[in-house]
Structure formats: structure tokens, C-alpha cells
Design a protein around this ligand. Sequence first.
Ligand code: ZN
Ligand code: ZN
Length: 357
Amino acid sequence: MSTRADRLVELLIAAGADAMLVANLVNVRYLTGFTGSNAIALIGPDVRAFATDFRYVEQAAEEVDASFDRVAPSRDLLAAITDTLPSPELRLGFEEAHLSVREHARLRERLPDRIELVSLHGLVEMLRAVKAPEEAAAIRAATELADAAFTRVISRGLIGHSERDLAITLEFEMRRLGAPRTSFEPIVASGPHGALPHARPRDVEVSSGQLVVIDWGAQLAGYCSDCTRTLAAGRINGHGAEIYQLVLDAQVEGVRAIAAGAAAREVDAVAREMIDSQGHGEHFGHGLGHGVGLEVHEAPRLAQHSDAVLEPGNVVTVEPGVYLPGELGVRIEDLVVVTGKGREILTGLSKELAVID
Ligand code: ZN
Ligand code: ZN
């Protein structure tokens, strides 16, 4: 069976490089297993090298895949790793999105002239987009934990609790159930505040008759979950219920459109056209979804201008929303795995509008 690094070698050669420096820590973790906060890797057909600093020598010995040579620890990772280059003449790829201009200049200065630097974009990210069964299992476990935390929090009611209090309690329950951290700071946004897709929780109490948007995720074994539910705090008016039903219908159809071979932009279009047909196209200002894995936002994107084509092993969110400025917001988000036969929804929570006092 080929390793992740073997698969990267195929991609980097196809992109015109002979070897590649991987500096992004999430990518280093994905390729080597190392979870510390300072490291770099060099990968090519005949080289697998890993460098970190003195603080992480023991951790690296435990975590880094045995196929990698661990070079002597150094304060200067670029210097340490480039000393292991297999040949004085090659095309060395680097991650254009993750190497600073300054690091690039230093690299150029250090390397012999005959080493050509080749800028590469998103190769490891492309591998990360397709989850192995054990990665999908980790995301499923994070999702189950996040679901359980949410159920506990809303069982204590909404009305009279502040957004901030609900967000902190949700975070606390995720930690208490075993998540070392959350995927991101939970969003709890009630009433008109729900019209801001990235609202920050306020010291404002939820009142009766409001819709409340809650967006949260747990991180477990490095993998993230991501979910949104919109709840009714007590009885809401007919307009709120109507918008909720529209978003729910668009969400269900969006999920149904997910399949291996489907164009990501077409999946987005299925949900977007439903919302647009009810006159709310301009109130749905973000993409339908995104990949989730070691990071909470990763490839593939489900969006109007995405070139991605879904394949088995992709794990994506489906999260349409309608945001009416000054009035309300509704977003419903599930986490979905693309399978050979279709799709599987990881999120276990109901999507019927829950009325909670
Ligand atoms: Zn979310
Ligand atoms: Zn999301």
C-alpha cells in the first residue's frame, strides 16, 4: 500500500518538481504524523526527511513515521532540511501559500544556483481532501461528541440564557466529553444577530419568539466536526417558520445532490436555485459548503466558482443559509461523507424546527 508521502511524490513530479519542502504544519502532520508546533519535511522519490527543534526531539521520535529520516534538531529548520537535499541540481518545490517571502528569499540564498525553486499550490491539500476510512471514523467520532454536547446544552433551555453563556457552555460540554479543543469558537446568534453568518456571541439574552443560530464543532484526534442548527426560542412567527422551511428544503436537496462524480458547483446550484426561486438568492451570500478534516475549512469547496468534482472519501458540509438584515438568520449544516454509492450524513441531530423554551 502506498503511503501519503508516496502519493505526494506522484503529484509533485506531475507538477514539475523533483522534491518538495512541506512547511505547513497541518500538512507536515498529515504526511509524517508529527503533532508539534515547529517542523518541516522534505519529500521526493528518494528522500523523506523531517526536521524539528530541540523541544520536540522525543515527541518526534514517538510520532514521526518510520519512513522519514529525522535530521539533527536545529533552530534553523530550513538550513537543517536543505542540507539533506539529495542532489545539487534539482527542481525543488515549495508550498507557495505557506512559505513567506522572507523564507523564500533565505532559501534562494542558501541553495546552490543549480537548484531551481518551483512554486506548488495545494498538492497536500488535494490528498487531504480524500479521507481514508480511519480519518472518516475520526470525523464521525468528533461529530458524535459535538452532537451530544449540543443535546446537553439545549436540554437546559434557551430563553433567558445569554448567547455568550450558551456558547461557553457548549464549549465546556465538548471539552468535558473528551474533545481537547473545539474546531472553532462556537457561534450563538439570536434574532436579528442571526443575520450575520459569522456572528460573535454577545452578552445578550435569548428572548421568546427568536430564531437562534448555533454553529459549533469539536476536534478529536486532530480531526474537526462542524454543524449548525437553528432553533426556535419559544413560538416564532410565520415568516420565521417559512424561511426555516425554505432553508431546510434547500439543505435536504443539497445533501441529496452529493455523489461521487458530481461537480461541486452543481451541488451548490441545486440549493441556491431553490433559495433564489423564493426571492432570497441575495440573502444567501456564502458557498453551500466546504471540506472538513484536520482543518475545519479545507478542500473541496461547494461553491459557485468551485472547480472541484466530488469523489468517495470527501467529507463536506452542506450549509445553506438565509440572512435577512435586521430581522433573522437561518442556517442548517450537516457533515456528509461522499461514498461509492452516494453519501452518508454524519450529523445525527434532527433538522425539524425544534421549539425550545
Ligand atoms: Zn459550521
Ligand atoms: Zn461550516
